[in-house]
Design a binder for this molecule. Structure first.
Ligand code: PMP
Length: 406
């Protein structure tokens, strides 16, 4: 190994690996990463020792639940290097967070206002914006370069004076390409538009710094960064959140409710109607506290080493067509490809029989599939607990698939 990352020690803290009754080469981390022990422990502790509802409690359990939930919020703020904890809104995931911003902004937008997305977006960062067309909002779409990166040279032509928001993925779930944010932020600032970044993929591989990135909104899901399902985060710059009305309304987010008119709580409460995913938020807080202390340089170089081996191996398999950037620079360890004319679902099935877990399909990115001229791809995505054996099992399995499916 080129660095000191001890995969088997790292793996020991992922209970799924401890409980395996068969081999597993889990390479579907872009869909969901395995959950770290810290999240299991924190959720169990919470539900056995501090289970109660948050905010409205008059007893010790409810107070303990509120304290745990707010500590989790503080943990997320630390992880993201947010300016204040009030910038952290808990949601049920990335999709919910983007719908929240789009739905709330929808109240403020006027016909003719423009939203800019790219052709490479996950449907979760495309459809909530596309839907605003129903009220006269104009959706403008940044095209891609030939290798499938967002074409930043076209920013000046696409981001105009009516642009209210640019919504892009921090990294693609299909190609792993990391978005070059500097020109995006500059283009938005030049016209007074907001920027939303979909960090669903990025958070598993790095620690995004809200004060350095310069965006206004950042969203991600717990389950993609070794945390629980059912919880996610919307980070919003304080003034960006303050100008939004609520999206969902109900308990826990009001100032005063009267028969004809009501007032709203300040952020983040304003955006957390109803009982939030309390235990899951506590689990996410714990996992982010663990992630903060990780040797990121080491993890990243381990992933890069594996990814290089994977890309080299794929290039050596006759008939493999790689989609997206050709090398691993400015890219997460995520790769989409096709094996001749074989259907990705068939390839995944053959690989699953060999205990290699992959994803085959359109990856909720149909406009991007269309750009590449395919209906679907096979996708392999690495995490820090993967090892050389996982990569080699995939490569050998693809050779096998080529023979049995041909
Ligand atoms: N955006 C991107 C880039 C993603 O990869 C995903 C998950 N595949 C999502 C959004 C949606 O995340 P979730 O299903 O957790 O809401």
């Amino acid at each position: 190994m080129p660095n000191d990352h001890d995969v088997s020690a790292f793996r020991r803290d992922f209970p799924l690996y401890a409980n395996l009754d068969r081999p597993l080469h889990y390479l579907d981390n872009a869909a969901t990463a395995q959950m770290h022990q810290s999240a299991f422990d924190a959720m169990r502790r919470h539900d056995t020792q501090a289970r109660g509802n948050v905010l409205r409690g008059n007893h010790r359990l409810a107070e303990a639940a509120t304290e745990a939930y707010e500590n989790a919020r503080a943990g997320v703020a630390r992880y993201l290097n947010a300016t204040t904890v009030e910038e952290i809104v808990f949601t049920s995931g990335t999709t919910a967070a983007i719908n929240l911003v789009a739905g709330a902004m929808g109240y403020l937008l006027r016909p003719g206002d423009e939203i800019v997305v790219s052709l490479a977006e996950h449907h979760s960062n495309f459809l909530p914006w596309q839907r605003l067309q129903e009220q006269g909002v104009v959706l403008r779409v940044l095209p891609l370069t030939s290798e499938g990166r967002i074409d930043m040279s076209l920013l000046p032509a696409i981001v105009g004076g009516r642009c209210r928001l640019i919504a892009l993925s921090h990294a693609s779930n299909v190609t792993g390409a990391i978005t070059d944010l500097v020109p995006v932020i500059a283009a938005a600032r030049a016209v007074g538009a907001r920027v939303l970044l979909d960090g669903a993929q990025y958070v598993q591989h790095g620690r995004p710094d809200m004060q350095a990135l310069g965006a206004d909104f950042y969203v991600f899901s717990g389950h993609k960064c070794f945390g629980p399902t059912g919880v996610g985060v919307l980070w919003g710059r304080r003034e960006a959140l303050a100008e939004l009305p609520p999206f969902m309304v109900g308990g826990g987010m009001v100032g005063r409710v009267a028969l004809r008119e009501s007032t709203w709580a300040e952020p983040p409460r304003r955006f957390e109607a109803g009982t939030p995913p309390i235990a899951q938020a506590v689990g996410l807080g714990a996992v982010l506290d663990w992630l903060v202390g990780q040797p990121w340089e080491q993890l990243r170089s381990h992933e890069e080493h594996l990814f290089e081996r994977l890309l080299a191996g794929l290039r050596n398999i006759p008939g493999v067509r790689l989609l997206g950037p050709a090398d691993r620079r400015e890219r997460l360890p995520v790769v989409s490809f096709n094996l001749g004319e074989l259907h990705p679902h068939d390839v995944c099935q053959v690989l699953d029989e060999r205990h290699v877990a992959l994803r085959g399909g359109h990856h909720c990115a149909q406009p991007l599939m269309e750009f590449f001229g395919v209906a679907a791809t096979v996708r392999a995505s690495l995490a820090a607990y993967n090892d050389v054996a996982d990569v080699d099992a995939l490569l050998a399995g693809l050779e096998h698939a080529r023979q049995v499916l041909a």
